[in-house]
Design a binder for this molecule. Sequence first.
Ligand code: LMR
Length: 331
Amino acid sequence: MFRKITTLVATAALSVLVLSGAALAADPITIKFSHVVAENTPKGKMAVKFKDLIAERLGGKVVVEVFPNSQLFGDNKEIEAMLLGDVQLVAPALAKFERYTKQVQIYDLPFLFKDMAAVEKFQQSEKGQALLSSMESKGLVGLGYLHNGMKQLSCASPLRVPADAAGLKFRIMTSDVLAAQFQALNAVPLKKPFSEVFTLLQTKAIDGQENTYSNIYSKKFFEIQPYITESNHGVLDYMLVTSTEFWMSLPDDIRAEVKKALDEATLYGNEIAASQDLEDKQKIIDSKRTEIITLSDAERNQWIEAMKPVWLKFEDEIGKDLIDAAYQSNM
Ligand code: LMR
């Protein structure tokens, strides 16, 4: 009798083990990718491409779920959420990493990069690539850079010269460099999440903001901002990041496939960023809701002169070597 019971128990335990093993094997790894922009933007499209590539190549083993438009987490929370394991992948604007490293602030320095080709050149350089691993001690793994484009200034009043911005309130991302940039114009910077910008503009709590054409278009800022100054004064790019914990928990072969799909999706996003910028600018022009102000060389030089002191202010934090290397990428 006793032997019978023991055998029964052992058999039951074995089937539980076998069953849970089978269940484990069948449970796909979920990668939740949270972001704050619309789907019809370079980041939105890159995220969907990544999801599709994973479904095609790792279907059944890995599932990507994309949450756009701050659906899950706003931009002030998404990195934290990722570190806590609530989501596994985020791609915040480079301006949003200052809590984790001061060096990445380099990308916010006004008029440092003359165009996206210079940004790309720096990002692919040894120093640019090293920044991807600069937050590892904080548990963040940088998996690559993703482009959006150059920032423009949208405003309730026309901005031709820096003095036009004096006294006005501008929403900025959470970056002290961006705060200093607007303070250099005697304007008032306000650090606010991306999801609040439209309402802040609509209620006139702020006068203006800085962003790329794709964000100005997809979030309809142009419908409530009568002027956009094409200043190209800074870059809005992203870093794809995950947590060290999640990344290292992936089996080696899966990690390699995920990285490959991520690289391909990023390349795709980067390829469409430039054309999307032009297309969205054209859609804004066609809407006739706003006037795009083109600066003369003399006017542009005034903006450069006004904002340039910001470099010196952050030279110690960011590192002169790094700033020089980034500047060289314009050559
Ligand atoms: C912003 O907050 O203005 C941007 O970072 C949004 C984005 O992710 O492009």
